[in-house]
Design a protein around this ligand. Structure first.
Ligand SMILES: O=C[C@H](O)[C@H](O)[C@H](O)COP(=O)(O)O
Length: 285
């Protein structure tokens, strides 16, 4: 299978996940995409974002577009491709931020009322574990991001190398973001700490007095946990607490994650189906 000019490398078919990479020396991914003023992390974000847009976006698609600093590069690249290749794509944003960026770039914006079924969703992450489970919500956008990702046939994550972990919590030390209804935030904190231990805190605004308010008018808790968890169970337990709107745990949702590396290469990890073949993004064929 060809990935926009790059040959897919050998499969590790006995594993549930496949690791692969685009080397800068062979493929010049980031050399093509990066400018010298950028620092290495910024370059890594851009390389991953560009690779994902180049591999997964095709004419006629409906796309879910995530939020955060990495997605900015994906939107830039998408706008370039739409203009250069005259692509007809429609984008469903996951936040005010991504809606505004898409609008500024002149890209067609839709919503889940008009476009409830998406071909591909692309989004950043705060951490990605070896099984492609994610922590998201560092920018308080996890609820809309999870809804949009759940509407996509294929969900792609883009991140710099710092986000790549074996286990959740290894790199990301700020805890699991949890969106809550404002009047219930204290009982939710108490319930989480009683059931699961750790410490949950109300996220406070940086340049605003008082708490961070999400695009949905809610608050965000950041739950710092003590040890590695059964994340599927934890996610369900937290979701059951009255007052919880959504968690930033994205369990078993992502099919592929691209990581921009400090040397300019891009690696990816993808989920394989039971017979050892990748869970395909149909548009990639
Ligand atoms: O709420 C924010 C989102 O989940 C972001 O996708 C996540 O925080 C990653 O953001 P960034 O690309 O800025 O690291």
């Amino acid at each position: 299978m060809k990935l926009r000019g790059f040959t897919r490398l050998a499969r590790i078919s006995s594993c549930v996940l496949k690791e692969n990479s685009y080397k800068p020396s062979l493929f010049c991914v980031s050399r093509r995409y990066c400018s010298s003023e950028m620092d290495l992390i910024t370059q890594a974000k851009q390389s991953a974002a560009y690779q994902a847009i180049d591999n997964h976006v095709k004419n006629g698609q409906a796309l879910g577009i995530g939020s955060g600093s990495t997605i900015v590069f994906a939107i830039n690249r998408l706008a370039e491709r739409v203009q250069e290749e005259n692509l007809n794509v429609v984008c469903v944003p996951t936040s005010f931020q991504s809606k505004q960026l898409l609008t500024e770039k002149g890209l067609a914006v839709s919503d889940l009322e008009r476009t409830p079924s998406l071909d591909v969703a692309i989004d950043g992450a705060d951490e990605v574990d070896k099984d492609l489970n994610l922590i998201k919500g560092g920018g308080a956008a996890c609820t809309q991001e999870k809804i949009v990702a759940s509407c996509a046939k294929y969900f792609v994550v883009i991140a710099d190398h710092r986000k790549d972990s074996k286990l959740l919590g290894e790199q990301w030390k700020k805890g699991v973001p949890i969106e809550v209804i404002p009047m219930g935030y204290v009982p939710v904190i108490r319930a989480i700490e009683k059931k699961l231990g750790g410490k949950a805190e109300l996220r406070m605004g940086a340049n605003k007095a008082g708490p961070v308010v999400t695009d949905n008018g809610n608050f965000i808790l950041d739950w710092k946990f003590d040890e590695t968890k059964d994340w599927k169970k934890v996610n369900m337990e937290i979701s059951m607490i009255p007052g919880v709107v959504e968690t930033g745990l994205f369990i078993d949702m992502a099919q592929r994650a691209y990581f921009g590396m400090p040397d300019g290469s891009v690696t990816f990890r993808e989920k394989l189906s039971r017979n050892g073949t990748p869970e395909c993004d149909e548009s990639e064929k």
